[in-house]
Design a protein around this ligand. Structure first.
Ligand code: MG
Length: 339
């Protein structure tokens, strides 16, 4: 049967500009799609691209939606090209919303832990104790922002602030060359560093080989983030027997079901992470995280409040997210706010 599709484009200023490897990001743009099916059922999905990760642009997704038109069949949805991964994710999310509450709930954990985000540089030091007090046990510190020697010398101070048994994630967002990455990985060994994320830029020459080399040379796991966009990259790294962690930003993944099934079959070590999407994409993404049956690492979803208008925010950072917290997220409110 045909589904009725409408969409709204958004441009939402962040509460505070986000610093990225590609400069300052002040405003999130994307699309919210709404599908209406039989018996008044409604599902929402979000197109939240990050073009410098190698996704499509909002314009490309919007052009494809215009071609699809107002009425579509599930077959037409399935035929959306793989290169429009964010659109495929949005349509899959909206279709899942149509079926929400239909059929048995699969087995899922009672809660998932969330990683606390620390500010860059020395400011991290004063943030750890209050977050530990709240119950956070995984902390993420962005590195590769300041001078490498300064940051390296801060590492032990940051670690000294961690509560007993806590772990530190380091995310370099591709800021280092291989030699600098090796210095960090050497320092991370035998310290409570859970993993080092994207030490080398995904588009640096020979990046894949360098990442594989580093993974073989040091005991601290390496997590792929920017190197992992969409099903094709997942396939490539699975085929290469990547021994480290797969940071999965569901919003960039394309149609998630087959990719998640591939990762599960390969027993991949996965971290679910936000693409700084709104509550609409967050709901779809967190549902995937709760459906994952492999090893459960802290979620990279401690990003909200993110938007100037908090109707668009996902769940505020707490040390744990429960399935009820995800069910309660309200995509319809975000949709209505865009009218
Ligand atoms: Mg990252």
């Amino acid at each position: 049967m045909a589904l009725h599709l409408t969409y709204r484009r958004y441009a939402l200023p962040f509460r505070a500009p986000v610093r990225t490897a590609h400069g300052i990001w002040a405003e999130r743009t994307g699309l919210i799609v709404k599908l209406e099916g039989a018996a008044g059922r409604v599902g929402y999905g979000e197109v939240a691209p990050i073009p410098w990760f190698g996704t499509e642009t909002v314009e490309e997704s919007e052009a494809a939606l215009k071609i699809l038109g107002e009425w579509m069949t599930p077959e037409q949805i399935a035929a959306v090209p793989a290169k429009l991964g964010c659109l495929r994710f949005a349509l899959a999310g909206a279709c899942a919303g149509l079926d929400e509450g239909v059929g048995a709930k699969s087995e899922r954990p009672d809660y998932l832990p969330v990683a606390a985000l620390l500010p860059v540089g020395r400011a991290a030091l004063t943030q750890i104790a209050p977050k530990a007090e709240l119950g956070f046990r995984t902390f993420k510190w962005k590195v590769g922002v300041g001078d490498i020697a300064d940051e390296l010398s801060l590492l032990d101070d940051v670690i000294a602030e961690l509560p007993m048994g806590a772990k530190l994630r380091l995310d370099a967002n591709g800021a280092w060359d291989r030699r600098q990455a090796a210095r960090w990985l050497e320092r991370a060994a035998e310290r409570p560093v859970e993993f080092v994320e994207q030490p080398i830029a995904h588009d640096a020459r020979g990046a894949d080989d360098a990442l594989r080399g580093l993974a073989g040379d040091f005991p601290t796991p390496i997590a792929l983030d920017e190197s992992l966009v969409g099903a094709r990259d997942v396939e490539r790294w699975l085929a290469a027997d990547w021994p480290g962690i797969f940071v999965i930003k569901p919003s960039l993944l394309g149609e998630p079901a087959p990719v998640m099934a591939r990762l599960a079959t390969a027993k991949a070590d996965v971290v679910f992470s936000s693409a700084l999407e709104t509550v609409v994409g967050a709901k779809s993404a967190l549902q995937l995280a709760f459906a994952w049956k492999g090893k459960r690492r802290a979620l990279g979803f401690g990003v909200w409040p993110l938007f100037a208008d908090n109707v668009f925010d996902g769940p505020f950072p707490a040390p744990f997210i429960r399935p009820e917290d995800v069910s309660r997220l309200n995509p319809e409110a975000a949709w209505t706010a865009l009218s």
